[in-house]
Design a protein around this ligand. Sequence first.
Ligand SMILES: Nc1nc2c(ncn2[C@@H]2O[C@H](COP(=O)(O)OP(=O)(O)O)[C@@H](O)[C@H]2O)c(=O)[nH]1
Ligand SMILES: [Mg+2]
Length: 318
Amino acid sequence: MMMDYVAEILQGTPLAVSRVITWLENEDERARVLMKEIYSHTGNAYILGITGSPGTGKSTLTDGVTWQLRNKGQTVGIVAVDPSSPFTGGALLGDRIRMTRHSEDSGVFMRSMATRGYLGGLAQFTRGAVKVLDASGKNYVIIETVGVGQDEVDVMRVADTTCVVLVPGLGDVIQSMKAGIMEIADIYVINKCDRPGADQLFAEVRYRVDQDASIKDRTWVPPVVRTVAVEGKGEDDLIEAIDAHRTYLEQSGKLLEKRRERTREETLQMIHHELFRIIRARLAENSRIEHMVAAIMDHSMSPYNVVEEVVSEWLPSL
Ligand SMILES: Nc1nc2c(ncn2[C@@H]2O[C@H](COP(=O)(O)OP(=O)(O)O)[C@@H](O)[C@H]2O)c(=O)[nH]1
Ligand SMILES: [Mg+2]
């Protein structure tokens, strides 16, 4: 049964891809079995990240980029994670409507989801979903996510090229550019350039990029691209910027470097996650954790001793 799934994923059968992503979401044991089998078929897709505040036009841009890539004969997988709409599902419904022009296209696979509390964390889940789409033969995988917190910044570390979307009138540009965004932005997109304040925002972002001290050590200066996503304006400039960044990464050897760094982080996080999962389950047995908490609370034991005890019990060689 599992081998059938492996074959179907590698053939890019949408139903199988969809089911396995659901397993990943639910941390179903079958996902792990399958991921081992398909891993050797990953690493071929180019991974694009599109992030920004809610409503900045990420989904509309994703749709436009997908359209452009399809016209170049590229296949596209999309993972859209939007924690901002857990209740209404409004954004997701919008995404589905927007993506209908691709719905008959077997070269596009789209999965959008509001985040619940993923056990393994959003980044871990996204990494898995990206690998499934990669193994399914998609040339590009686009991750769309709301750039609000550390979780999303972590998600973006999965991408080879990250586009940060800003719009005039939100007023939080300086803030967001301080909050880790500048580290992850390879390309800035000023969307909604049909709105007042776009030129000013463009100038401001350009200025910030020029001022960014860390740029001096870098050989890539993030371009600032202007778009009107609803009209498809600037889509070609965006694709050009993405291509340029990809070429830059490939020719400088930085793509490999970036992926090696990512693999290191990912592996460490997976080990961490797995050890934590096992130990948490063991400590739940016989309410052992509750006894520990009680002992720490009445100060008969310190948390430091508890940690040492747990570590030496299960990792006796340390
Ligand atoms: N005026 C204008 N509206 C846009 C533009 N791009 C997207 N929108 C609208 O902004 C809203 C949010 O877009 P969406 O792509 O769902 O944003 P997301 O939440 O970042 O994915 C939708 O109503 C879009 O039609 C644009 O360039 N100009
Ligand atoms: Mg969206």
